[in-house]
Design a protein around this ligand. Sequence first.
Ligand SMILES: [Mn+2]
Length: 291
Amino acid sequence: MPHLTTFADATAAYEAAEFVLLGVPFDRTTSFRPGARFGPDAIRAHSWNFESYDLETGIDLGEVPVHDLGNTEEYGSASDMATSVRDLLRPVYADGKVPIVLGGDHACAPPSVEAYPDGAPGLGVLYLDAHLDFRSSYLGDPRSHGCSSRRMLEKVGARNIVVFGVRSVSREEIDDNETIGMSFVTAHEIARDGIQASLQRALNMLKTDRLYVSLDIDAIDPAYAPATGTPEPFGLTPRDVKYILGAVAPRLAGFDIMEVAPDYDRGNTSALAARLVREAIVRSVAARPGH
Ligand SMILES: [Mn+2]
């Protein structure tokens, strides 16, 4: 699929940008239904639907320096993809910018975390997903989208990642995690306790200065986000995720949205994803001291 357009209002040159978008049109590790490779351009296309002015924060996105790097090339293997995405994003972090990565299946997210510089302030990961994604390898591929929280954990450490919104897990993953101890908050607990208390519980576990948010769009209920590879009922609401992005904005080091497979609906999932990209940006700007 050709690269159709840039994200709306992403008009800054790279050098001036504070936020840098990158599309990764890769879905070769999809396990159920494919199509997330078309996510980046569908999200970009829908981004043009919105006013540049944000009603809640009073920020005009046209005044925030955002650059869109476009899409990566297409890759044959997930390990080639991961190597390339790491190489593309290392300078983005090193230049003090916040990367926003559009997938692609969830395999495209770990290299974005792995590119974070080792000497930089500590990084934690808030991993929003219906699935635990904790297999050490899946269908013979340790870079499968079913292994993505595990790969990130290997970068940031077991105490610095929380999976949030989970409601699908294998017995093997649970058994495996008994020795590793990755924390997770289930969608059922969030429904019971409310989003504010549940997020606070997750953030109490994440002590790092900086936070990376990885959003598998299937964290959100398929009633709101049906266009995804492995839809799972009983999910978060769009407002839950909006609340999360506002709460973590002061610490946001990087953000991604994965697993939007746009051909499975009439554009509502892509519109939601585009709106959440904007939310991450305007909330980060609004969280700055003196704003
Ligand atoms: Mn998932």
